[in-house]
Design a protein around this ligand. Structure first.
Ligand code: SF4
Ligand code: SF4
Length: 743
């Protein structure tokens, strides 16, 4: 007599129980062994041979392509350790790589995630079928019975597979429709114009048509195969249901409908047989694309994430062997490290790095996606030559001559190298952990230190830092003039420094730039109001070296870093406060490589702390709409955006609103990466684009907390003064000072 189990499914007693040897027999107590299907039913042996022969070829292809990439990636130079913190690395690889954490974060990322989960689910499902069929027979030879493809499990399995098939079809269709209809936000393009546009958000140079064709096929071919595999999978299930009429098809809720249609159309077992072969061939056409196309990111993504850089965000690697090194920076592809070459191999050409990139989105020469792709193509072109050179070196033969393109001049192009603002968006957005900034800076280092080729405007900044300790080249002895009459002590003049709570690091802009001197005065007034015991270095302070380092002059950077470290170590400050995110970043994160370890806080953190402690009381209302512009070096490279907002929210009357491009998604003002010290070439102005974004919140006041953001945003506002622009730009310290009654 049948009875019902907890799912309301009929159990028929009297059928043979499962063998006691089964690994899964404990799962099977309440399961009906006849609720299943015969795996490989109606499939002739010849088809099965074809399936396994193709599987063998596929595995060989994976192994061959694995060796192919291994040989190319290992052409790179050694890298800092990338196997420390292995559990953390594994976690990142699993959550961000296998789990696609960074993909889901982006708008529309859930669509990719839907068909990714569906694909993985179907892959696991196919493996389960394999485990319960041929692998089961193989395991049976050594006394194991792996069979569990029946009963309740089978019914759940059917429902899950049908759901995955549907999700795959739906996900791929939505992604394809989005790609066909939307080329860039709000833009609709004809299909002809779309051809040759590999990314949703970035247009390639026209001459790269061949690459684009490859990219075009690399995008559409897998999508087509995915949808065909899912459709034929559902049809196959329907054809079997239609041909065998099992009595338990409710859970195959899609397959049974498809089977009904196939029945109406007269499909029979011959149709099922050939459909099986067709489905298998389509699946292989898809699987073969993995080792041979950008689908390799499926494997390379988690691997690259495992090896990603885990040190302080935004840090550049120092050159520590100036005395012995023969070359500096990178001018040839093989001079990059193996991890930088692995980055190139791992790029899936998704274009996420371009979404918020200030150069790509304002039409400049640098597009981080194209840069990494072009460098990868160059690596592949040059590999035979590099392998021959390697072999010649081992065997003592003559090395061949490279007559191909020059990596810097012809592949990356110098303008692209100088465009980067080091804002970090590309690294924030990249789902596979590709490090762009170090690669770009390595090429800048070569151009500056080996070839003396760099934007001429940077000469003045280099000379100024070298001779006067500031990039404007203004007199070093005037560094503390801004503080005249304010009664601010200098460290060198103090006999007893033990009472000094913080060393105020003013920075070059805060010391010399008229507008930013006001910020220095506001911040020091706030510190006095809060009763903070502080002092400055005065003339002993020098530029932190950031412009030199970011513009590739690592030698100059190392020199000033060492000078500053000597000064700081002499005074052993308990804490350093600065309003400049670039000073903050270097003192806190980059000086460590030169032996300087300090506790450094940015004004945003410091002011929030003083308000929290009740040492500052913002009591005066500031009845304004305020939008905070996050500096890249705080929000992105250091992931700090809440303190400044906390301080702003403490101001009575202030209505603080954020724009979409804020916090870790902030958009560069255009000054980072040393770009403040050179001309912006090509496209539209970055600071004007940033101002337009901020204006979406209709602010009365844009609040900044970086002296260079201040200049860039104010310049953008001024450039619109003829349009009646009335937005005011204030530093965080200035707006807090207003509300604490400081005039
Ligand atoms: S760091 Fe910023 S400017 Fe440079 S490539 Fe990345 S996103 Fe673009
Ligand atoms: S670098 Fe990263 S974000 Fe940019 S296209 Fe490649 S995978 Fe996508």
């Amino acid at each position: 007599m049948p009875s019902e189990n907890r799912f309301g499914l009929k159990h028929f007693h009297g059928y043979p129980r499962f063998t006691e040897k089964s690994l899964f027999c404990y799962l099977c107590k309440d399961m009906n062994h006849l609720v299943t299907r015969q795996i490989l039913w109606n499939v002739p042996i010849a088809f099965i041979v074809v399936m396994y022969a193709l599987l063998f070829v596929l595995l060989c292809a994976f192994a061959w392509r694995g060796r192919y990439w291994w040989r190319r990636v290992t052409l790179g130079t050694p890298e800092e350790s990338r196997v420390d913190q292995s559990f953390r690395r594994l976690w990142i690889a699993l959550t961000e790589g296998v789990g696609e954490g960074t993909v889901v974060r982006e708008s529309w990322g859930w669509i990719h995630y839907t068909f990714y989960v569906a694909f993985v689910g179907l892959f696991i499902g196919t493996s389960i079928v394999f485990l319960n069929s041929d692998l089961r027979y193989a395991a049976g030879l050594v006394g194991f019975d792996l069979y569990f493809y029946f009963g309740d499990f089978y019914l759940f399995f059917k429902a899950a597979m049908d759901t995955f098939f549907l999700a795959l079809i739906l996900g791929v269709t939505v992604v394809a429709a989005r790609r066909l209809i939307l080329v860039s936000p709000g833009a609709t393009r004809s299909s002809l114009a779309r051809f040759g546009r590999p990314s949703l958000l970035s247009s390639p140079p026209q001459q790269k048509l061949l690459d684009n064709l490859e990219n075009f096929l690399g995008y559409w071919y897998p999508l087509l195969m995915l949808v065909l595999a899912a459709v034929t999978g559902l049809m196959l299930e329907g054809a079997r249901i239609n041909a065998t009429h099992p009595s338990f098809t409710e859970w195959a809720y899609v397959g049974r409908q498809v089977g009904w249609i196939e029945g109406v159309l007269g499909a029979g077992i011959i149709f099922h047989r050939w459909l099986w072969l067709t489905h298998v061939l389509i699946v292989y056409l898809l699987l073969f694309a993995f080792p041979f196309s950008k689908l390799r990111h499926f494997l390379f993504g988690p691997i690259n994430l495992f090896f990603r850089y885990l040190g302080p965000g935004g840090r550049l690697k120092p050159i520590l062997n100036f005395e012995t090194a023969e070359t500096f920076g990178v001018s040839k592809i093989e001079e990059f490290t193996w991890k930088q070459l692995l980055d190139m191999a791992s790029c899936l050409e998704c274009g996420r790095c371009t979404i918020n990139c200030p150069t790509a989105t304002t039409g400049k020469a640098l597009n981080p996606k194209f840069l990494v792709i072009e460098q990868r193509e160059h690596l592949l072109d040059k590999t035979p030559y590099l392998l021959q050179t390697k072999a010649a070196a081992q065997e003592g033969g003559a090395a061949p001559f490279w007559t191909g393109p020059d990596m810097i001049k012809d592949v990356a192009t110098e303008q692209a190298i100088w465009d980067c603002t080091n804002c970090g968006w590309c690294e924030e957005g990249c789902p596979v952990g590709i490090a762009h900034i170090q690669r770009i800076d390595d090429m800048r280092r070569h151009l500056v230190m080996m070839e003396s080729r760099f934007p001429q405007e940077a000469v003045a900044a280099f000379k100024g830092i070298e001779n006067q300790g500031n990039p404007w080249g203004l007199a070093a002895e005037k560094r503390a003039d801004w503080a005249a009459g304010l009664g601010i002590p200098e460290m060198s003049a103090l006999d007893d420094r033990s009472q000094i709570e913080v060393l105020y690091w003013v920075g070059c802009a805060g010391s010399y730039d008229e507008r930013n001197q006001k910020v220095s005065r506001a911040l020091t007034a706030l510190m006095k109001q809060a009763g903070v015991k502080f002092a400055i270095l005065g003339r002993e302070e020098r530029c932190n070296g950031d412009p030199a380092r970011r513009l590739g002059n690592e030698y100059l950077y190392a020199t000033v870093a060492q000078q500053n470290i000597e000064t700081l170590d002499r005074y052993q400050p308990k804490r350093i406060v600065t309003q400049c995110p670039h000073c903050y970043h270097n003192l806190k994160k980059e000086y460590r490589d030169f032996g300087g370890e300090y506790e450094v806080v940015h004004e945003g953190e410091f002011l929030a702390e003083l308000i929290r402690a009740g040492r500052l009381r913002p009591n005066t209302a500031v009845d304004q709409r305020i939008t905070y512009h996050d500096p890249c070096f705080m929000a992105r490279h250091d992931r700090k955006w809440s303190d400044a907002r906390e301080a702003l929210h403490a101001i009575p009357g202030a209505q603080v609103t954020d724009v979409d491009q804020s916090k870790n998604r902030t958009y560069c003002c255009g000054a980072g990466g040393g770009c403040f010290w050179k001309e912006e070439v090509g496209g539209t102005r970055i600071n004007e684009k940033r101002l337009s974004q901020l204006e979406a919140a209709e602010p009365d006041t844009v609040v900044v907390s970086c002296p260079f953001c201040m200049t860039m945003i104010e310049d953008a506002v001024k450039s619109r003064s003829s349009e009646g622009e009335s937005t005011v730009t204030l530093d965080l310290a200035e707006v807090i000072a207003k509300s604490t009654g400081i005039r």
